[in-house]
Write a protein that binds this ligand. Structure first.
Ligand SMILES: [Zn+2]
Length: 163
C-alpha cells in the first residue's frame, strides 16, 4: 500500500538542486526538475503545475510571482535538506520512502516478489522481501540496504534526530 505524506506538497526544482530533488522523492514528495533555463517560464511552469518552486537563484526572489517560491541558500546537500525540511515542515517518515521513483518521479507500485526473480541480483532476491516497480521507467526498487543507508545519512546529519 502506498503511504503518502500527510500534507501533500509538490515541488519544481532548478537543475542545480538535483540531489535535493532525489531526497524529496525519497521522502515521498512529487518533485520534478525543470529542464529549461531558470527564468520567467520556470516560475510560470511551477505555478501552472501547482508546484512549489525551489531555486538557488537569489535574483528570482525579486521577480513578480504569485506562486510559492523558496530560494535555497545552503551550498551542501545536508544543509539544503535541513532548510527545506524546516521551511515546509516536511514529513521525513521512513514509511513513505520508496513510494516515488528516484529516477523519474513516477509513483512506485508494489510488485510480487516472484515477479522480480529474474530482474534483480540473486542476493537481493534472496534477502529482500518487498519490491516496488516504476511503471514508467521500469526500475525496480527494494528498500532494505538502500533505506538503511539513507537513514544512516539522515541521522549522521541530524536530519531525523526524532526517530
Ligand atoms: Zn521511474
Amino acid at each position: 500500500m502506498e503511504v503518502k505524506p500527510e500534507s501533500y506538497m509538490k515541488f519544481l526544482t532548478d537543475g542545480n538542486l538535483g540531489k535535493l530533488t532525489k531526497w524529496l522523492r525519497t521522502f515521498g514528495y512529487d518533485s520534478e526538475v525543470y529542464p529549461g533555463s531558470i527564468d520567467r517560464e520556470f516560475l510560470r511552469a511551477g505555478a501552472k503545475q501547482g508546484r512549489i518552486v525551489l531555486t538557488r537563484r537569489r535574483d528570482m526572489a525579486f521577480r513578480n510571482f504569485t506562486g510559492r517560491m523558496y530560494v535555497v541558500s545552503s551550498d551542501t546537500v545536508p544543509d539544503q535538506l535541513r532548510e527545506v525540511i524546516k521551511e515546509f515542515s516536511l514529513k521525513v517518515n521512513p514509511k513513505s520512502f520508496f513510494t516515488i521513483c528516484l529516477a523519474c518521479n513516477h509513483p512506485l507500485v508494489v510488485i510480487e516478489k516472484s515477479a522480480v526473480r529474474d530482474l534483480v541480483p540473486i542476493y537481493v532476491f534472496k534477502t529482500q522481501m518487498t519490491f516496488s516497480v516504476c511503471q514508467r521507467c521500469h526500475n525496480i526498487f527494494w528498500s532494505g540496504t538502500h533505506k538503511e543507508r539513507m537513514l544512516h545519512y539522515l541521522k549522521l546529519h541530524n536530519l531525523i534526530y526524532h526517530l
